[in-house]
Design a protein around this ligand. Structure first.
Ligand SMILES: Cc1cc2nc3c(=O)[nH]c(=O)nc-3n(C[C@H](O)[C@H](O)[C@H](O)COP(=O)(O)OP(=O)(O)OC[C@H]3O[C@@H](n4cnc5c(N)ncnc54)[C@H](O)[C@@H]3O)c2cc1C
Length: 243
C-alpha cells in the first residue's frame, strides 16, 4: 500500500492500513513538521475518527470549551461545547508518528511524481522522489491523500480539474489584548462578514485567529470582519500573519 500525503487523511489511512497488516509506505512532500494553512479546530469526535486520544501537549495551551454564536438577526446564543484546538504542524506531525509507530514506513521530503498502471500484474507503479533521488515502488493499493490539488486525482480523474477552483478562507493572526474570552469560539453568522457560513474569532496559544471564507473577494470580507472585531472587542496589538 502506498499512501500519498502526510496530512490528517493520509496519516490516519496509513496508520489503519499498517495496523491491519498492509506493508505501507506513507510519503509526504515537505520536510516535517510542515506548515498547513488551517484554523485547526475540530469537534471532539475527531478522536474517535482517528482512533486515538490526543495528548494534551499536542493541543493549544488554551482550551476551547464554550461557543458564542451571533445569528443573522443579531441574537447572541451562548453554550458549552468543547472543541479541539491545535496547530496543524504539531498535530499532523504527531499523526505521522502514529502511522510510523503502527509500522508504516513514513518518508517526508518525498513527493509522488507519477503513477502508471501495470495492467498485466494488476499493480500500480508509483514514482517518488526524495531530494532529487527517484525511486519506483510497485503496489496493489494506492491512497491519494495529497490535498486539494491532488496529483493522484489529477492523473486518475483529470476531468475534475478542468475548472479553476474558486473561493478561499482567510485568517488574520493577531497578537495583543482583546476583550474576548480565551476559551470561547465566537461564530458570526452574518452575510456581511461571511456569505457562505460563519466568520470566526478565537485564541490559539498567544494568537487571536480572526477569519472568514467566501467564493469571491475573500480578502474584502476578511478586512471588513477584522475592522468590526477590532472596534467591537478593542483589539490592541498587531496582525502578525495573514494566510
Ligand atoms: C485557512 C483554512 C482554515 C481551515 N480550517 C479548518 C478547521 O478549523 N478545521 C478543519 O477541520 N478543517 C479546516 N480547514 C480544512 C482542512 O485544512 C482540510 O480539510 C484538511 O487539511 C484536509 O486534510 P487532508 O489530509 O485531506 O489534506 P492536507 O492537509 O492538505 O494534506 C495533504 C498533504 O499531502 C502532501 N502532498 C501534496 N502533494 C503531494 C505529493 N505529490 N507527494 C507527496 N505528498 C504530497 C501535502 O504536502 C500535504 O501535507 C481549513 C482550511 C483552510 C485553507
Amino acid at each position: 500500500m502506498v499512501v500519498v500525503g502526510g496530512g490528517v487523511a493520509g496519516s490516519v489511512a496509513a496508520r489503519f492500513a499498517a495496523k491491519n497488516g498492509f506493508k505501507t509506505l506513507l510519503v509526504e512532500k515537505f520536510k516535517t513538521p510542515r506548515n498547513k494553512p488551517c484554523s485547526g479546530i475540530q469537534f471532539q469526535y475527531f478522536e474517535k475518527l482517528i482512533g486515538e486520544k490526543i495528548p494534551r501537549e499536542k493541543l493549544c495551551r488554551n482550551e476551547l470549551s464554550r461557543v458564542e454564536m451571533v445569528t443573522p438577526r443579531g441574537k447572541v446564543l451562548k453554550g458549552r461545547m468543547k472543541m479541539l484546538n491545535f496547530w496543524r504542524s504539531t498535530f499532523d506531525s504527531w499523526l505521522n508518528s502514529l502511522a510510523a509507530d503502527a509500522g508504516a514506513d513514513f518518508r517526508d521530503n518525498t513527493s509522488l511524481i507519477d503513477l502508471i498502471e501495470d495492467k498485466n500484474e494488476d499493480k500500480i507503479i508509483v514514482k517518488v522522489s526524495t531530494e532529487g533521488m527517484q525511486e519506483e515502488v510497485k503496489t496493489r493499493y494506492l491512497i491519494g491523500a495529497d490535498g486539494m490539488l491532488s496529483r493522484v486525482r489529477r492523473k486518475l480523474r483529470p476531468q475534475d480539474f478542468d475548472r479553476k477552483a474558486s473561493g478561499a478562507t482567510v485568517n488574520y493572526y493577531f497578537v495583543g489584548e482583546a476583550n474576548l474570552d480565551p476559551n470561547t469560539l465566537y461564530m458570526f453568522y452574518k452575510r456581511e462578514f461571511c456569505p457562505l457560513m460563519f466568520a470566526w474569532v478565537y485564541l490559539k496559544d498567544d494568537k487571536w485567529v480572526i477569519g472568514t471564507g467566501a467564493n469571491e473577494n475573500p480578502s474584502e470580507y476578511a478586512q471588513r470582519f477584522f475592522s468590526y472585531v477590532k472596534e467591537k472587542y478593542g483589539l490592541r496589538g498587531e496582525v502578525v500573519k495573514k494566510e
